[in-house]
Design a binder for this molecule. Structure first.
Ligand SMILES: *Cc1c(COP(=O)(O)O)cnc(C)c1O
Length: 476
């Protein structure tokens, strides 16, 4: 006589087999909307989750039967598929007020730069050929000239991002040798970019000088020996050391490098450019170093990002002496790190706009420059639009927006925000539903309220935001 099955065994037997599950009308409907293999993959994951619950004793046969009868297996499968189809790089609304929001792609580019990127992506383009002579050339010859005109440096070169620029720098000048860095500047930038780790991967030995809060020029000078390949100053982008502090200036480092025949460099990170037609961001950003000052200091090379305060697509830019840039270009790593045609097209257009005195039009720079007085009517408009929806308590509040991406830490740009408290449910739950909207909306949750900052809204975002709220409230 076979023993009767345990409750757990009965529960396992209730779960449908994959074939049977996929034949059911609700699963068949999903297979009409998405590849069958994908629906099957998600169904397998859902069944596995139910099996885990049975195994762990969280789900008994009676409960399982009730859930199956209610169609819950299919409801969950539909949810899984909806999530899967909303994955990837899709448009989002940034209502967080964090301008260079790394999670949301940092600087949105100017529409003309976006158009140049679209054209480069969908057509052939003049990339590594001189259209007048028909001869091959370097893909960033023109970029080099734009960077020269913009910064006053002799030449420039572009790579995939600033982390790549710094890697190329260490690899070119300090591989098998050493690089001297201040202890106060051994920074970690978000996303696990640590200066000492990058140096190690580039095969450079790290020589630390000074202390966390004070490093003098003499510290660098006495550390230079026959192995020294690079003197580098790193902008401590995302933190500030305050109080009893001292650091060598870029000018001093440049002079020391020249005297001792060692290459000098300044990793600027944000790359704040100030010039004709650009809004004066420096006074707003609390002493963020300027690109033009860094170049003028005389260091051999300056590195910075394309998608931070410059306001362009993702890129790492190196500008400096012609011979220094030529050495970087000869490094085989350059070939591995070079810019793709789409980013290059967007970057060229961004630099052209800056050179044409149209820097104020670059979205990230315009957002940073917006004053509280300019933002107030936009916050009011947002409040009015949301007041048409039921179940929300709305309030206009004086707030601060963050520049983001480690630019100007501790700086808050005065803004007006709309504080939203839902009549039902928590602010966190509302924020989660807004992120799940067809066009996801990212907000700030503070003191159990959802905070909407108009500073980072782009044209058309107000309507998208209101749509997301409408959906979120309907589904709550
Ligand atoms: C942001 C930053 C980097 C990394 O730049 P990415 O463009 O993000 O790769 C490197 N150094 C400094 C000082 C930075 O601020």
């Amino acid at each position: 006589m076979a023993r009767p099955p345990t409750d757990r065994e009965s529960a396992f037997r209730l779960l449908p087999a994959m074939d049977e599950l996929l034949r059911a009308p609700r699963a068949a409907a999903l297979c009409a909307r998405a590849p069958r293999a994908l629906v099957q993959e998600l169904a397998a994951a859902e069944l596995a989750a139910w099996r885990d619950d049975i195994k762990a004793g969280r789900l008994d046969a009676a409960e399982l039967e009730a859930r199956l009868a209610a169609g819950e297996l299919f409801t969950r499968l539909e949810q899984r598929l909806a999530r899967e189809l909303g994955r990837g790089v899709v448009r989002a609304v940034n209502a967080s007020g964090v301008v260079l929001n790394t999670g949301l792609g940092r600087a949105p580019v100017h529409p003309e730069a976006a158009e140049a990127m679209r054209v480069a992506a969908e057509s052939y383009c003049v990339l590594e050929v001189d259209r007048w002579s028909g001869e091959r050339n370097q893909r960033d010859d023109y970029l080099s000239d734009l960077l020269r005109r913009l910064t006053g440096a002799e030449a420039g070169i572009g790579v995939n991002n600033n982390a790549g620029a710094v890697l190329l720098l260490f690899s070119t000048f300090a591989q098998g040798r050493s690089a001297i860095v201040s202890r106060g500047e051994l920074v970690e930038i978000g996303g696990s970019f640590r200066v000492p780790n990058v140096m190690e991967r580039a095969g450079a030995e790290l020589v630390e000088v000074g202390t966390t809060n004070r490093t003098r020029l003499a510290d660098y000078a006495s550390a230079i020996d026959a192995r020294t390949g690079l003197l580098i100053k790193v902008h401590t982008s995302n933190f500030r050391v305050v109080g009893f502090t001292e650091e060598a200036t870029a000018d001093e480092l440049a002079r020391l490098g020249r005297e001792r025949g060692v290459t000098s460099a300044y990793d600027l990170g944000s790359g704040l450019w100030e010039g004709d037609g650009a809004p004066a961001l420096a006074p707003l950003l609390g002493g963020e170093p300027l690109l033009l000052d860094a170049v003028k200091s005389g260091v051999d090379v300056v590195t910075f990002s394309g998608d931070k305060l410059l306001g362009g697509p993702q890129a790492g830019l190196l500008v400096g002496r012609r011979a220094t840039i030529a050495a970087l270009r000869k490094n085989p790593l350059y070939r591995a790190l070079r810019l793709d045609k789409v980013a290059l097209a967007g970057l060229e257009k961004t630099l052209e706009l800056l050179l044409a005195g149209r820097g104020a039009e670059l979205p990230a720079r315009a957002m940073l420059a917006a004053t509280a007085n300019e933002l107030r009517p936009r916050a009011e408009e947002l409040q009015r639009a949301l007041s048409a929806l039921p179940g929300l308590a709305l309030e206009l509040v004086s707030e601060g927006s963050q520049p983001g991406s480690g630019s100007a830490p501790g700086v808050l740009l005065p803004t007006w925000a709309v504080r939203v408290r839902p009549a039902r449910g928590s602010a966190g739950a509302l924020a989660a539903r807004l992120r799940a909207a067809p066009v996801p909306v990212f907000t700030r949750v503070q003191d159990d309220a959802v905070l909407l900052d108009p500073r980072t809204l782009l044209p058309g975002d107000l309507e998208r935001l209101v749509d997301a709220f409408r959906g979120a409230l309907a589904g709550s």
